[in-house]
Design a protein around this ligand. Structure first.
Ligand code: F0G
Length: 460
């Protein structure tokens, strides 16, 4: 039976208004319109957006323009994504822009993690401080804008939770309906509740993320729904702005390393693409090394690089408590490999205990993040031990999601219930903080305060 979902305009994209094209990452074939599955009509590989005008832009004019816009109160200037619009595909009218003032996220120094790792210049770019609590918002504003411009009534995604939360919010803002496919029982209730609150039609499927994504691919071929997973190249364009904003915050000095988590591998592709474009324009003189960290239980890219030389994807049956990156068959693996090669970055994996320890250490900095983001610090420790990162180099960790995204994980960790057996090799003691139940008396609280004061030395 044919689905009866109707779109105001179910046709393919109209020719792009600002001169950008869609290019196949493998065979280079260029098209002016994308099919709904965002794959090359010749070879089936993913597409990326490029605009010949970008390479001719003047870096000093761009810097001045972007700085100037910080003083503007126009909606698209308040967005930390559209502020960089010269390097984005542009909609035919500003009225199409769907924004929640995304981007504009802080860059924090991490003094305690710096002591732990020995890396003197260590920063966190906290994308968890976006409107829906994850980096997805920076891509979603661009893709939702083009969905609205094309007249779609329905947008859809498969998700481990953050994409669905973000998509549902941007669809609601843009007056579109949203369809969410998530693996039943495998995403945090915090992310699930966001999708519900923003009004998404939420389907919990009895499968994993990879199963949800496969089904979505079938769906977009048979119904006029617009796909908002990161294989959508418009999302990638929006996510590039993390790199623009980051390097601007560092006064146009590129760090030596950028380290980020890898799941479906859209974000690594986006940041890598941005770095290469910035280098081409002259906004930076050299690209930082972009390294990708995965959970040991969801290590498809690690295995693809180590066992297949990056030539063919090795899928895995994914399992990790960092549910955001519980992905066994990453869609953008080829793009990510291209970026690793172009920036001379590496891929590494970390264990569940290493993730938990790193997450608590980032929490102890007073900023916190979700488990998937903490793989970056855990990975950095390994890269320092391997001497891939030297203590004198500058490093930026990309924290992709907000601390409040996964409260169950936090409670399990602090109550000692995250692992079936107490880990022997990694020390977690000083990092755990159990809640204490007391009588409501001054004496009881004072005694507890005294004990706590004696058990922990004063921090600098
Ligand atoms: N960190 C967080 C918090 C995420 O939500 C994700 C992906 C990643 C890292 C990995 O990013 O896929 O671009 O490599 N979450 C997706 C989702 C898959 O559905 O929310 P990636």
């Amino acid at each position: 039976m044919k689905p009866s979902v109707t779109g105001r305009n179910s046709s393919l994209f109209t020719p792009p208004p600002t001169g950008f094209v869609l290019r196949c990452i493998e065979c280079g074939v260029i098209s002016h319109a994308a099919s709904r599955d965002f794959r090359c009509s010749e070879c089936g590989n993913l597409l990326e957006i490029s605009d010949p005008a970008w390479s001719g832009l003047d870096q000093e004019t761009l810097k001045a323009e972007w700085r100037e816009r910080k003083l503007s109160s126009a909606a698209h200037d308040l967005s930390g994504v559209w502020r960089f619009r010269e390097l984005l595909p542009r909609p035919s009218s500003q009225d199409h822009v769907v924004t929640l003032q995304e981007g504009n996220t802080p860059l924090f120094e991490l003094p305690q993690c710096s002591r732990i790792t020995g890396v003197k210049q260590l920063y966190a770019k906290h994308q968890g401080l976006n409107p829906t609590g994850s980096f997805k918002d920076t891509g979603m504003t661009v893709a939702a804008t083009f969905a609205r411009q094309a007249g779609y009534r329905w947008v859809a995604c498969a998700s481990t939770g953050n994409t669905s939360a973000s998509m549902a919010a941007y669809a609601a803002r843009g007056g579109m309906r949203s369809l969410v496919l998530v693996p039943e029982g495998k995403i945090s209730w915090s992310k699930l509740s966001q999708a519900l609150d923003y009004g998404a039609l939420t389907c919990q499927l009895r499968t994993d993320f990879d199963g949800c994504l496969r089904l979505l691919q079938e769906l977009v071929r048979s119904a006029p729904v617009y796909q908002l997973n990161s294989i959508n190249p418009f999302r990638i364009e929006g996510q590039k702005t993390l790199a623009f904003e980051l390097i601007e915050q560092l006064d146009w000095h590129a760090p030596d390393h950028i380290i980020l988590p890898g799941g479906n591998l859209g974000n690594s592709s986006a940041i890598g693409k941005a770095l290469l474009e910035m280098r081409e324009i002259g906004l930076i003189s050299r690209a930082p090394k972009l390294s990708i960290i995965q959970a040991e239980g969801a290590n498809a890219l690690v295995r693809t690089v180590r066992e297949a030389g990056g030539k063919k994807l090795i899928s895995v049956q994914a399992e990790t408590r960092a549910t955001a990156i519980r992905i066994g068959s990453p869609a953008s693996w080829k793009k990510a490999i291209n970026m690793l090669n172009a920036t001379q970055g590496v891929v590494e994996q970390v264990s569940e205990v290493e993730i938990a320890q790193a997450k608590a250490e980032i929490g102890a900095e007073g900023i916190g993040c979700e488990p998937a983001s903490a793989v970056t610090l855990a990975g950095l420790k390994k890269l320092v031990r391997q001497e891939f990162v030297s203590p004198d180099e500058s490093v930026v960790l990309v924290l992709t999601g907000n601390l409040l995204k996964d409260p169950d994980y936090i409670l399990d960790f602090h109550q000692g219930e995250l692992f079936q057996e107490e880990p022997q090799d990694v020390k977690l003691d000083g990092l755990r903080h159990q809640p204490v139940v007391l009588d409501a008396s001054l004496n009881a609280v004072l005694k507890t305060l005294e004990q706590a004061d004696m058990s922990e030395p004063m921090k600098q």
